[in-house]
Design a protein around this ligand. Structure first.
Ligand code: AMP
Ligand code: GLY
Length: 423
C-alpha cells in the first residue's frame, strides 16, 4: 500500500517509523517531513496546512491511506476533502475535529451528555465574561475557544488576573480570531494524565495512558512548551481507572458524537485530571500527542498500519493491540531559547552512537540534513525514546543515549519521568 503521513515533527517521524515496519506498507511518503523521516520515507515538499496540494498529491500518487499528524489541517477539513476525492484517511472530519478546535463545543457536548469535566461558562463578549468571573471563586481558568498552538489557556490565581486574561484574549486578540469566544472554567485539583484511544465512528479501542512534562525546565519550572518529555504508561492510571475513563468519558463522547451526526474517527487524546471524585476531562485533542506519540509507537507491538486502516474503514470492533510489557520514556532535546526565540542551523553529532544502544530510538523533529551533516531546524529538535522494565530504567537509558549526543546549542530537561519514579 502507498501511505502518506502529513506533518513534520517528532510525532510524524514516530508514525512513519511504526508504519514502515508493516509488511503492508510498500511506499511511504511524508509531507513535509524532516531529516529523520527522509531515511525511511520519501519527503514531499508540501506543508501540512496546504490542504489542496495534499489532496492533489494523494490523488496523483495513488495513496491508499493518508495519516494526518497535526490538528490544524484536521480542523480545516483535510479528511473531508480527501474522502470527497475517494481517498481513505486516518483522522476526524472537520465537524468532529471541533472537539479540539472549539473548547466551547467540547464543553457544551459534555454538558448535554453528562460527561465529567470542570464547570464552565462560555462567552463571546468581554463584559459578560468579567461578570461571570465576579460571581465565581479563584483560582479560575480562562481559555481562548479556538486553536492557539497550546498557548490559549491562562490559569488565574485571582480575579484581577482573570480580568486581564479576558482583555488579553478578547480585546487585544493575542490569539487572533481564536479569542473571539472564551471558556471560563473551574480550576480542577489532582494529578494530570493523558489517555489515547483509536476510534472508527462507533468503537473506541483503548491504546495507553501517558504523562508529559509541558514546562521547559527541570522541576516543571519555566514557560509552557509543546512538551519536553513523556512516558507511557502513566502509573496513576491502573486498570480500574482505565475502565472508568472509558466508561465515564470516552465511550459517552463517541456515542454522543455519533448521535449528533458527527461520528468521530481517528485518534482521540483525552487530557484528564484525576481528582478525588474520579477522572474529569480537561480537554480533547484530535491527534496524537507530541512527544507522547513517540513513546506510544515504541511501546506498541502490533502492526500500527492495520489499526489505522481499521479506524479509517470502521473496522475496529475486532482489532486488538499488543504492547511491550515495559515502560517507554522520551526526552526532548530543544534548541536553546525554545519556547522563545531560537537559532537554526547548529550542528548535532553523535545521534548514530545514541541509536546503537539497545532499546533506544532517536526520533527527529526540527532537523535538516545538509551535506551529510545533521542541523537543528526548529524548536523541539530530537526526541530520545528509551524502553526498559521500569520508568526509572527507561529514564536512565534515555539519558545515557543523550550523553552520546554532542549539540552545544541544545538543551533538555534532566528529570523527565520524576513523578512516576517518585511514587
Ligand atoms: P489545555 O490546553 O486545555 O490542556 O490546558 C493546558 C493546561 O492547563 C492543562 O494541561 C492543565 O495543566 C491546565 N488546565 C486546563 N484547564 C484546567 C482546569 N480546569 N483546572 C486545572 N488545570 C487546568
Ligand atoms: N504533548 C502535548 C500535546 O501534544 O498536546
Amino acid at each position: 500500500m502507498n501511505i502518506l503521513v502529513v506533518g513534520s515533527g517528532g510525532r510524524e517521524h514516530a508514525l512513519c517509523w511504526a508504519i514502515a515496519k508493516s509488511p503492508k506498507c510498500t511506499k511511504l511518503y511524508c509531507a513535509p517531513g524532516n531529516a529523520g523521516t527522509s531515511r525511511i520515507a520519501v519527503n514531499v515538499d508540501i506543508v501540512a496546512d496546504h490542504i489542496d496540494d495534499i489532496v492533489e498529491f494523494a490523488t496523483s500518487n495513488a495513496i491508499d491511506l493518508v495519516v494526518v499528524g497535526p490538528e490544524a489541517p484536521l480542523v480545516a477539513g483535510l479528511v473531508d476533502k480527501l474522502e470527497d476525492a475517494g481517498i481513505k484517511a486516518f483522522g476526524p472530519s472537520a465537524a468532529a475535529a471541533a472537539l479540539e478546535g472549539s473548547k466551547g463545543f467540547m464543553k457544551d457536548l459534555c454538558a448535554r451528555h453528562n460527561i465529567p469535566t470542570a464547570d464552565y461558562g462560555r462567552f463571546n463578549e468581554p463584559d459578560a465574561a468579567k461578570e461571570f468571573i465576579l460571581r465565581h471563586q479563584a483560582p479560575i481558568v480562562v481559555k481562548a475557544d479556538g486553536l492557539a498552538a497550546g498557548k490559549g489557556v491562562i490559569i488565574c490565581c485571582n480575579k484581577n488576573e482573570a480580568y486581564a486574561a479576558i482583555d488579553h484574549i478578547m480585546t487585544e486578540r493575542a490569539f487572533g480570531s481564536s479569542g473571539a469566544e472564551v471558556v471560563i472554567e473551574e480550576f480542577l485539583e489532582g494529578e494530570e494524565a493523558s489517555f489515547f484511544v483509536l476510534v472508527d465512528g462507533e468503537t473506541a479501542l483503548a491504546m495507553r495512558s501517558a504523562q508529559d512534562h509541558k514546562a521547559a525546565f527541570d522541576g516543571d519550572e519555566g514557560p509552557n512548551t509543546g512538551g519536553m518529555g513523556a512516558y507511557t504508561p502513566a502509573p496513576i492510571i491502573d486498570d480500574a481507572m482505565s475502565k472508568r475513563i472509558m466508561d465515564e468519558i470516552i465511550k459517552p463522547t463517541i456515542k454522543a458524537m455519533s448521535a449528533e451526526g458527527m461520528p468521530y474517527k481517528g485518534v482521540l487524546f483525552a487530557g484528564l485530571m484525576i481528582t478525588e471524585d474520579g477522572p474529569k476531562l480537561i480537554e480533547y485533542n484530535v491527534r496524537f500527542g507530541d512527544p507522547e506519540c513517540q513513546a506510544l509507537m515504541l511501546a506498541l507491538k502490533s502492526d500500527i498500519l492495520d489499526a489505522l486502516l481499521d479506524s479509517a474503514r470502521g473496522n475496529l470492533k475486532k482489532t486488538e493491540l499488543a504492547w511491550h510489557n515495559a515502560a517507554t520514556l522520551v526526552v526532548v532535546m530543544a534548541a536553546e531559547g525554545y519556547p522563545g526565540r531560537y537559532d537554526k542551523g547548529s550542528e548535532i553529532k553523535g545521534v548514530d552512537k545514541a541509536e546503537k544502544l539497545d532499546g533506544v530510538v532517536v526520533f527527529h523533529a526540527g532537523t535538516q540534513e545538509e551535506d551529510g551533516r545533521l542541523l537543528a531546524n526548529g524548536g523541539r529538535v530530537l526526541g530520545i525514546a528509551a524502553q526498559a522494565k521500569t520508568v526509572a530504567e527507561a529514564q536512565k537509558l534515555a539519558y545515557k543515549a543523550i550523553d552520546k549526543i554532542t549539540w552545544t546549542k541544545g538543551f533538555n530537561r534532566t528529570d523527565i519521568g520524576w513523578r512516576a519514579i517518585n511514587r
